[in-house]
Design a protein around this ligand. Structure first.
Ligand code: IMP
Ligand code: MG
Length: 177
């Protein structure tokens, strides 16, 4: 098998869109000092870029769940690997994700954080792989729609690789003849 990365969304397009998303978030959360919760590991680059365009008071935290492993398909089971550290009671929370696929992990994270009694929860995702949804999830801020391919780069990995690509691409696997 040979794998190669194909370009889907350029570095420039990503930066432009992330800047727009930050503008939307700022408009909605002015004077609300939101807590942005990034979902590790995939969202770390998106989160870092988004918050540098967000020139307003806010706090930042991270959560990690396991739902994908090294496989290409979600198992449907989600485990909490790392909890947030901030107290989000009565706070306005924005979950920041790299990609939503089946929706299973986002649904888990929203329900998990709701138990901590935040004032509000919204969901901000860079990439939406709509075709694969199994659980309905409300998306409040969405960067791009992506096709049903295995996406890599800008934080997203394939077997731990490609996270540091500055653009979003997809993987094509071909059998060697
Ligand atoms: P979901 O629970 O199926 O929505 O999957 C959510 C998580 O699986 C995402 O946060 C990603 O970390 C990972 N994931 C889903 N699709 C892809 C993909 O195409 N490439 C890399 N990671 C993915
Ligand atoms: Mg993720």
């Amino acid at each position: 098998m040979v794998t190669s990365a194909r370009l889907l969304i350029s570095q420039n397009k990503i930066q432009e869109r992330v800047r727009e998303l930050a503008r939307e978030v700022k408009k909605d959360y002015l004077n609300k000092k939101p807590v942005l919760v990034g979902v590790l590991n995939g969202a770390f680059i998106f989160m870092a870029d988004l918050i540098r365009f967000l020139d307003m008071p806010a706090e930042f935290d991270f959560i990690a769940v396991a739902s994908y492993g090294a496989k290409k398909n979600s198992s449907g089971k989600v485990n909490l690997l790392k909890d947030i550290s901030l107290d989000i009671k009565n706070r306005n929370v924005i979950i920041v994700e790299d990609i939503i696929d089946t929706g299973i992990s986002t649904d888990f994270i929203i329900n998990y954080l709701k138990q901590k009694s935040p004032k509000s929860i919204r969901f901000c995702v860079l990439l939406n792989k709509r075709e694969r949804r199994k659980v309905p999830v409300q998306i409040d801020y969405c960067g791009f729609e992506v096709p049903n391919k295995f996406i890599i780069g800008y934080g997203l990995d394939y077997n731990g690789q490609y996270r540091n690509l500055p653009y979003v691409g997809y993987i094509e696997t071909k059998k060697l003849k």
